[in-house]
Design a binder for this molecule. Sequence first.
Ligand SMILES: [Zn+2]
Length: 80
Amino acid sequence: MKCEEFQILIEDYADGALAEKASSLVNSHIADCAQCSSFYQELCREQQIYARYQRDIETTPLFVVIDRNPNQPGTSRSQP
Ligand SMILES: [Zn+2]
């Protein structure tokens, strides 16, 4: 198989969508081929960035709610 063909499989492999047999094929090729190995690592890095980005979107509304009520003078505490 050519590297181009492997790289199509590697995209599925990074998603965890590859069947066991095909993923072991990809796995052994990545071990041998520097080009496909770096291609796979690049994919993994993108996925991590994407996963972190999604988490940020999920947590953002909470921060917005907190930021909307900064310490307002005179409302929560009476003057001494
Ligand atoms: Zn290769």
